[in-house]
Design a protein. Structure first.
Length: 299
């Protein structure tokens, strides 16, 4: 009795009918601010010659990535909030999952590359520009995008090659892995294990690299004799550390856990946090904590 689903229905926040208009206005404002905020960061970095250091090259990639990342879920969610038809085609659902995983996995790798950049800037300041050349920066960024593409392609192909039957209702606001996997026929235990292992690899490996980088950074900062010097060194890492904490904190809890502990309501909140809240905070965090960016914005 297994059949291939040709359409899915995304529940989203349709059960909260009284709040749909409020949600629409709220998420529309968030989307506009996110896109404009990251776009301003992109334009400021491109226009100001003083912001062409390696750190800003990665920040430019991150801002572009956040615009794309948010655009995968929010526009569709806004349409569903005002429409009675919240269906999405099989191919559309697969495409949404692919791009969401693509940009999410790329961000994991890019944050690791940014941690390596901060490590070189603080631990090897005299040779920083010789090590972090434009070629090296482009290779690190390209590797992040390629890795994200491979992870997304593997996950999406694997999940959507499985048989779907029965309910086609996705209890989420987009085609997230776990809600879609719950619609697969039969026992999905090994599928779930494989997805958790793959997610652990793409999330934990960059996270471990970030931890190693910051262990070396903290060790170098503690060797600085003046308190002013220590503060200045740490302040260059604060924005990146904040983004890493916000992004990885929710991503680890969402993907690296068994289905038995899975809660649809909790997952929706977590997904909102790392797919909607974090992208809107990035421009604020980087612009408020960075003297050069604030100066360029003022100009």
């Amino acid at each position: 009795n297994q059949t291939s689903a040709i359409m899915f229905v995304i529940v989203g926040f349709s059960h909260q009918k009284d709040l749909k208009v409020i949600f629409f206005i709220l998420f529309l404002c968030i989307y506009i601010i996110t896109v404009l905020g990251n776009l301003i960061i992109l334009l400021v970095i491109n226009m100001d010659p003083a912001l062409h250091a390696p750190m800003y090259f990665f920040l430019r990639n991150l801002s572009f990535l956040e615009i794309c990342y948010t655009s995968v879920t929010l526009p569709r969610m806004l349409v569903n909030l005002l429409s009675s038809d919240t269906s999405i085609s099989f191919a559309g659902c697969a495409a949404q999952m692919y791009f969401f995983l693509f940009f999410g996995a790329t961000e994991c790798c890019l944050l690791a590359a940014m941690a390596y950049d901060r490590y070189r800037a603080i631990c090897n300041p005299l040779h920083y520009m010789d090590i972090m050349t434009r070629k090296v920066c482009m290779q690190l960024a390209a590797s992040s995008w390629i890795c994200g593409n491979l992870v997304a392609l593997g996950h999406t192909t694997f999940i959507f090659s499985l048989p779907f039957c029965g309910s086609n209702v996705i209890n989420h606001f987009f085609c997230e892995i776990q809600p879609v996997l719950m619609l697969v026929c039969g026992d999905t235990y090994w599928n779930e294990v494989q997805i958790i292992l793959a997610a652990a690899f793409v999330i934990l490996v960059p996270f471990v690299l970030i931890l190693v980088s910051y262990s070396l950074i903290i060790s170098s900062i503690l060797k600085i004799k003046s308190a002013k010097g220590r503060y200045k060194a740490f302040s260059t890492c604060f924005a990146h550390l904040t983004v890493v904490t916000l992004f990885y904190g929710t991503a680890v809890f969402t993907y690296i856990r068994p289905k038995s502990s899975y809660s649809l309501d909790v997952d929706k909140v977590l997904s909102l946090f790392y797919s909607v809240v974090t992208p809107i905070l990035n421009p604020v965090i980087y612009s408020l904590r960075n003297r050069e960016v604030k100066g360029a914005l003022f100009k």
